[in-house]
Design a protein. Structure first.
Length: 334
């Protein structure tokens, strides 16, 4: 009796490297049922081998009758910085950081005070904003610039409305809400919708550094640090009109923006799925960097209903799930 195994293997060997590795992994991975392995191979060679055929193939591999190499592992690049693919460089990606001024109040003590609203003389607010479009120089605007506070807030409102993606460090909980409050007070309404990427949330979800402060995370991951401010005296000098204090605050804020952008490019592979760049730009490719040529791997990932092929991005190192399932269950828990 002739075996169909050599014919199937010859067809597998004629495939491109990514498809070939996926088929070889299906043969070697005993966690996959013979039917699922047959479906994976069939999707690549055009016709699915039967479960019995896969079973016989695996037996011959186990007994040494057939020599079938294992697929090469997926290669994830080891880079300190990554870049976006040219297909998504036209998107408006804005990195932003704000500085705020403190509230002014009457109080009787210096420690552990509960200050009521009737003791507040002047509420805290946005003092200055640093921002940078990806690929452009860093910019800064402050209350002491022409146009004052209202001009600054209206400018930032326009920036956010223009942006496709806004990158911050703790921006969802702080910067964006502070700015939204300023917009509401001026009657500006909501900016046009954009996708938020808060890198502090990325760090909290995936890592356990000794400190989650931007200074420490940036020093460890991109080799750069925040500027030393000298403490509250810098804020007081800037509010009092000291030109040297204001110049230093501008440099401080701009440095935070540059650190945040560098960190964004360093952590592309770790970003959440929400800010899919190709989806925003109407293209197809890696959700995090836009690379259109994704490497299909032998690995799979599953939901409760289906199994999908995993693909890796050679540009930023992201793992991407195919949208086409290779196996779907027919029964689920009621």
């Amino acid at each position: 009796m002739s075996h169909p195994s050599p014919t199937i293997l010859r067809r597998i060997q004629l495939l491109d490297s990514a498809a070939r590795d996926r088929c070889l992994e299906a043969l070697h991975n005993r966690a996959l049922s013979t039917r699922t392995a047959g479906d994976i191979i069939g999707a690549e060679i055009g016709s699915a081998p039967s479960s019995s055929t896969i079973h016989r193939l695996r037996l011959r591999i186990d007994t040494g009758d057939l020599s079938v190499p294992r697929p090469a592992p997926a290669v994830v690049p080891d880079r300190r910085h990554h870049s976006l693919h040219r297909s998504v460089r036209g998107l408006r990606i804005l990195t932003l950081d704000i500085e705020t001024k403190p509230a002014l109040s009457y109080h009787f003590g210096m420690w552990d005070q509960n200050i009521g609203l009737n003791q507040v003389v002047e509420h805290g607010d946005v003092l200055s904003v640093g921002y940078k479009w990806l690929g452009s120089p860093v910019e800064h605007i402050a209350v002491w610039d022409e146009g004052g506070y209202e001009g600054m807030i209206r400018t930032v409102h326009d920036l956010l409305s223009e942006a496709d993606v806004v990158v911050t460090y703790n921006g969802i909980s702080f910067d964006e809400k502070k700015l939204n409050w300023s917009f509401a007070k001026l009657g500006l309404g909501r900016p046009a919708p954009y996708r938020s990427v808060d890198l502090l949330r990325v760090v909290r979800k995936h890592f356990a550094p000794d400190s989650r402060k931007l200074d420490h995370v940036a020093a460890e991951l991109v080799g750069a640090r925040k500027l030393v401010t000298g403490g509250f005296d810098l804020w007081r000098g800037a509010m009092d009109g000291d030109p040297r204090a204001r110049a230093r605050m501008i440099r401080y804020c701009k440095q935070d923006v540059c650190l945040t952008e560098k960190l964004y490019l360093r952590l592309l592979a770790w970003l959440p799925a929400g800010a899919s760049l190709p989806q925003i730009g109407g293209t197809d490719g890696c959700p995090n960097c836009g690379e259109p040529k994704l490497r299909a791997t032998p690995k799979t990932t599953s939901t409760t209903a289906a199994t999908y092929t995993l693909m890796s991005c050679g540009r930023c190192g992201s793992w991407v799930r195919s949208t086409r399932n290779i196996h779907r269950t027919t029964a689920r828990i009621a």
